[in-house]
Design a protein around this ligand. Structure first.
Ligand SMILES: *[C@@H]1O[C@H](CO)[C@@H](O)[C@H](O)[C@H]1NC(C)=O
Ligand SMILES: *[C@@H]1O[C@H](CO)[C@@H](O)[C@H](O)[C@H]1NC(C)=O
Ligand SMILES: *[C@@H]1O[C@H](CO)[C@@H](O)[C@H](O)[C@H]1NC(C)=O
Ligand SMILES: *[C@@H]1O[C@H](CO)[C@@H](O)[C@H](O)[C@H]1NC(C)=O
Ligand SMILES: *[C@@H]1O[C@H](CO)[C@@H](O)[C@H](O)[C@H]1NC(C)=O
Ligand SMILES: *[C@@H]1O[C@H](CO)[C@@H](O)[C@H](O)[C@H]1NC(C)=O
Ligand SMILES: *[C@@H]1O[C@H](CO)[C@@H](O)[C@H](O)[C@H]1NC(C)=O
Ligand SMILES: *[C@@H]1O[C@H](CO)[C@@H](O)[C@H](O)[C@H]1NC(C)=O
Ligand SMILES: *[C@@H]1O[C@H](CO)[C@@H](O)[C@H](O)[C@H]1NC(C)=O
Ligand SMILES: *[C@@H]1O[C@H](CO)[C@@H](O)[C@H](O)[C@H]1NC(C)=O
Ligand SMILES: *[C@@H]1O[C@H](CO)[C@@H](O)[C@H](O)[C@H]1NC(C)=O
Length: 590
């Protein structure tokens, strides 16, 4: 017992030590801390270097140890290009250093162990670019003039900007300094609002100095409208547009508002939208169920500037070329509501009997609504509603329609609203409709092109108030199974019906739907592609006399014909001879 306890304790003491050692060791080179100052590292030309420079690093160790070799790690990788000057000093070449932040660690490598001598951080950088695109702006009520500029490419090192404001005769009246920034605020009180001043920005860092072109600062030319605020966002029902209410402390009479908006990931989209009133703007074309960020700014529409008549969102370099626009307001976040379907459904019907009607409809296109279709409502006579759920690409339901009822309608119900009801035409107009022409099968065997024309006598302009609404092309396989249909716009006179199966006979019918009702159909039987019959007909011998037999055969079932039968061939064989074809018959006989 005792032994086991003591052995656990000792393991517990040794373990943390080992872990500490392992943990500490690789951490040491990071930064410029080192365990014992066993020497120095120097860099030629300097640990602050221009990116892309060739550096020479000297590693100088205090104690000369024969069994150890001086080595250098750059960012954890041993430097190969090394020259030993003597046993205290080694020289390392680092060509073309492009890393802005690096560190070198000087080590003594022995056979048994490695000792860290010292380390050093290296800072690469670039001289500053000339500050460009200076803009200064002030609102009527502000105590500060805000100036912005573009600092150009990244320097990687602290870069200071001296901002000086000078009188026209060159006397400096103001100097301020800011580091790593692209904007500064200048007290308005230092300048006379009618006089012109020069603003000069000087950028400098370890590698150089760069001065901007002078910017002419004249307060009365840089006044911009006050920053407006969005006070309310409302979405209009159904249509995906928002109404923003905004306000400003300026007189808003001559201020034109602009809106910019973005969604979570996107960049700003600047829009000039419909103004509903002085303080209301409608923003259209939004996506349902999306979080938007809105901002508003105003531009002074009475302000006259040479050559520029519309606001420029990329202001020029001097104050006289910009249009006075306020800063963008702070953002307001709002989520658009869902959208109900806006288009009526495509509907059709087939009579099973005088009063029993199967109604067909297609689900609304997914881009027309958000959420899910919960159900379809079929509005029957006297406020009766039949609710149907359907998840198919084509839906149907049979309903009993009293003779007096002339239309019923169908609407899709989603979580965010219902589609406008689509009327199912029940009435027959009792008229002759357009006539289908001979259909043309497509080469791929799964589609047929159908076209039609109206009888010469039919003229729409003279048919007393009757209006053509659209056409319906309906097709179903023979023998009758499923029904398909397609609505065709009234200005069309042809369509392709697709998704057909080769070897299947279809009955294609065309109807015209008018305000008076549905015309009588024009029908045609088609194959998208004819195939060989699946079998031969069964035949029976009715009469067998000397030199004469009478035979009868059944017509093949349609699904075995797989094409239009054009002729039968009768084969006859005597028992003592080989097959002999007699002749072909036209299809009429059976
Ligand atoms: C760095 O040294 C290479 C040769 O090793 C030379 O070609 C190059 O010009 C040098 N680069 C600079 C910036 O001095
Ligand atoms: C920037 O301004 C400071 C005084 O605030 C001055 O000492 C320094 O020389 C200026 N630098 C340049 C590059 O003009
Ligand atoms: C520049 O003008 C100001 C006032 O207008 C004056 O006080 C100053 O002496 C002038 N400086 C020079 C160098 O002329
Ligand atoms: C919003 O709905 C109301 C009734 O609920 C309706 O009167 C109004 O026209 C609808 N507005 C829009 C823009 O659809
Ligand atoms: C944001 O963008 C990333 C990548 O571009 C994408 O994976 C992500 O789904 C987007 N998020 C939203 C909310 O659009
Ligand atoms: C708009 O510009 C005109 C002409 O410069 C100026 O008189 C007016 O005060 C400005 N309005 C605002 C709100 O800044
Ligand atoms: C209407 O006819 C269809 C097909 O013939 C049949 O399935 C359905 O039960 C009938 N509906 C009613 C309400 O009689
Ligand atoms: C067959 O051709 C028609 C018309 O050329 C086309 O609409 C249809 O998509 C095609 N079908 C296939 C499966 O390629
Ligand atoms: C179909 O309409 C086109 C013009 O849209 C016309 O040129 C063509 O003659 C029409 N065909 C028939 C069969 O009416
Ligand atoms: C084809 O369909 C029409 C319309 O439903 C129908 O009147 C006609 O009898 C059908 N023809 C055949 C051969 O089934
Ligand atoms: C021929 O007769 C057989 C047996 O009665 C029957 O199974 C088969 O379906 C018939 N074939 C055709 C094409 O009528």
């Amino acid at each position: 017992m005792k032994l086991s306890i003591s052995s656990t304790t000792s393991r517990c003491i040794i373990l943390p030590l080992l872990i500490l050692y392992i943990l500490l060791y690789p951490l040491l080179p990071a930064g410029s801390q080192f365990i014992n100052k066993g020497g120095t590292v120097t860099v030629d030309p300097s640990p602050y270097f221009l990116l892309g420079s060739n550096l020479t690093v000297y590693c100088h160790v205090r104690e000369c140890k024969r069994s150890y070799k001086i080595s250098l790690d750059l960012n954890g990788v041993t430097v190969k290009d090394r020259k030993e000057v003597n046993c205290n000093l080694a020289k390392f070449y680092l060509p073309n250093v492009h890393m802005p932040q690096s560190f070198v660690v000087c080590k003594l490598r022995g056979v048994q162990s490695t000792k860290i001598v010292t380390g050093l951080d290296l800072h690469g950088g670039l001289p500053p670019d000339k500050p460009e695109d200076i803009i200064c702006e002030v609102t009527r009520s502000s105590d500060f003039i805000g100036c912005l500029w573009k600092s150009g490419q990244k320097t990687y090192l602290p870069t200071t900007y001296n901002i000086s404001v000078n009188r026209e005769n060159g006397t400096q009246i103001y100097l301020d300094q800011i580091q790593n920034a692209e904007e500064i605020k200048i007290p308005r009180g230092i300048v006379d609002k009618t006089k012109k001043y020069q603003l000069i920005i000087t950028a400098y860092n370890h590698f150089g100095v760069s001065q901007s072109n002078p910017f002419i600062l004249c307060v009365k030319e840089i006044v911009i409208p006050e920053t407006p605020h969005i006070t309310n966002v409302e979405f209009e029902n159904g249509s995906i547009s928002a109404v923003l209410q905004w306000k400003t402390t300026d007189l808003s009479v001559h201020l034109k508002p602009y809106v910019r908006l973005c969604t979570y990931n996107s960049s700003w989209d600047v829009r000039e939208e419909t103004e509903l009133s002085d303080t209301l703007i409608r923003v259209g074309d939004l996506t349902p169920l999306t979080e938007y960020e809105f901002q508003v700014r105003t531009c002074n529409s009475t302000f006259r500037v040479n050559h520029i008549t519309v606001p420029s969102f990329t202001p020029g370099p001097t104050s006289s070329q910009r249009l006075p626009c306020s800063k963008w307001s702070s953002s307001v976040l709002a989520r658009t509501p869902g959208k109900g379907p806006s288009q009526r459904l495509s509907v059709w019907r087939v009579f099973n009997s005088q009063q029993n009607v199967t109604v067909f409809w297609k689900p609304p296109p997914p881009q027309d609504y958000s959420g899910e279709v919960k159900q379809y409502n079929i509005f029957l006579a006297s406020d009766q509603i039949k609710e149907v759920t359907c998840r198919e690409a084509s839906c149907h339901s049979s309903v009993l329609v009293p003779a007096a009822v002339q239309t019923l309608s169908i609407s899709a119900v989603t979580s965010y609203g219902s589609s406008p009801p689509a009327d199912v035409p029940l009435r027959h107009s009792g008229e002759v409709g357009p006539v289908l022409r001979q259909p043309a099968p497509a080469a791929n065997g799964s589609a047929v092109y159908v076209s039609w024309s109206w009888p010469q006598t039919k003229s729409w302009s003279t048919s007393g108030g009757e209006v053509l609404l659209h056409y319906v092309v309906q097709w179903r396989s023979v023998p009758a199974t499923k029904l398909w249909w397609q609505e065709v716009e009234k200005n069309q006179n042809s369509t392709s019906i697709t998704g057909l199966t080769a070897g299947v006979r279809y009955n294609v019918s065309l109807f015209a739907v008018t305000t008076r009702g549905v015309t009588a159909p024009s029908s045609v039987l088609i194959y998208s592609k004819e195939q060989k019959p699946a079998s031969g007909p069964n035949l029976t011998v009715l009469l067998h006399e000397a030199k004469r037999i009478q035979i009868l055969w059944d017509e093949l079932p349609v699904n075995q014909q797989r094409g239009f039968i054009t002729s039968y061939t009768l084969y006859i064989q005597t028992l003592d001879s080989s097959n002999q074809a007699l002749r072909g018959f036209p299809v009429e006989g059976s």
